[in-house]
Design a protein around this ligand. Structure first.
Ligand SMILES: O=C(O)CCC(=O)C(=O)O
Ligand SMILES: [Fe+2]
Length: 261
């Protein structure tokens, strides 16, 4: 990984933009298989007490405790700093070094309910996917469509906040606020910000990947897979393995831990 860091590659935003909602970037094969293995090794070397089990996923919290008023910070471990610094330097989309990482682990039938990330974070998120493919769905925030959306089930750092000053015709709404999905392949990096962050909820369905493929016919898929009905076997992907993701973000208000944990 160090070699790649030193090459100072820059993620050219327009090359990786997917879909029409500002702004979603999808970078396939952002890391190599060897780097993926190394990250998984480090993640699974963490003590069992580092995992917090939720109904539909397990998670590790790195970087400290996020409160609405900021971050009670703890340094990221070197193996995480390596990858987050690389994302920070190459994306040039974060105002400062990434200081918070949530690692989520999903079994094949697990997911995360549609949610918006909490207000403590700078509104840019980078998600590195490991292990198994998954589809991330983006749906307009309920205040844009008046339809009920299940917004429960996420961890308590993420809350729903109501966008303000929404004034648009139904035509404008339809063109700007269509749900869409992004296929997240292992080793890919997804970055989203702007409207995709503020006006949409994101989530992963709690069903198998193959169910999702037939159910939605991938109508709104904006990245990753050949979704042609004629697609050959190569394009059939089954979500049979565990997926692990690194959600990398910045909290600008930082309070140092007085007590070392
Ligand atoms: O696992 C993912 O890809 C998404 C995780 C997420 O949305 C979050 O941690 O807020
Ligand atoms: Fe999220």
């Amino acid at each position: 990984m160090e070699e790649i860091v030193s090459s100072e590659k820059v993620i050219a935003s327009n090359e990786f933009v997917v879909g029409s909602v500002p702004t979603v970037l999808y970078i396939p094969d952002y890391i190599t298989a060897a780097e993926e293995d190394q990250l998984l090794n480090n993640i699974y070397q963490a003590p069992i007490s580092k995992w917090k089990s939720l109904k539909n996923r397990r998670l590790q919290n790195w970087g400290g405790v996020v409160h609405e008023k900021g971050l009670l910070a703890q340094d990221l471990p070197p193996w995480l700093k390596l990858v987050t610094n690389r994302i920070y330097e190459e994306s040039r989309l974060f105002p400062s070094a990434i200081n918070h990482v949530l690692i989520n682990e999903y079994l094949p039938d697990q997911g995360i309910m549609p949610h918006q990330d909490g207000p403590a974070y700078v509104p840019v998120v980078a998600i590195l996917s490991l292990g198994s493919p998954v589809v991330m769905d983006f749906v307009p925030h309920p205040s844009f469509c008046g339809t009920p959306t299940d917004i429960s089930g996420n961890n308590n750092e993420d809350i729903i906040s109501k966008p303000e000053n929404i004034e648009m015709s139904s035509g404008e709404y339809l063109s700007e606020y269509c749900p869409f999905s992004v296929a997240l392949m292992p080793r890919s990096l997804l970055i989203f910000k702007d409207k995709a962050y503020s006006d949409f909820l994101h989530g992963i369905k709690i069903v198998s990947f193959s169910d999702m493929m037939s159910e939605a016919q991938l109508a709104h898929m904006v990245s990753g897979l050949n979704i042609d009905g004629e697609a050959g076997d190569d394009n059939v992907i089954h979500r049979t393995a565990t997926r692990v993701s690194l959600t990398c973000r910045v909290v600008t208000k930082v309070h140092k831990h007085l007590i070392k944990l």
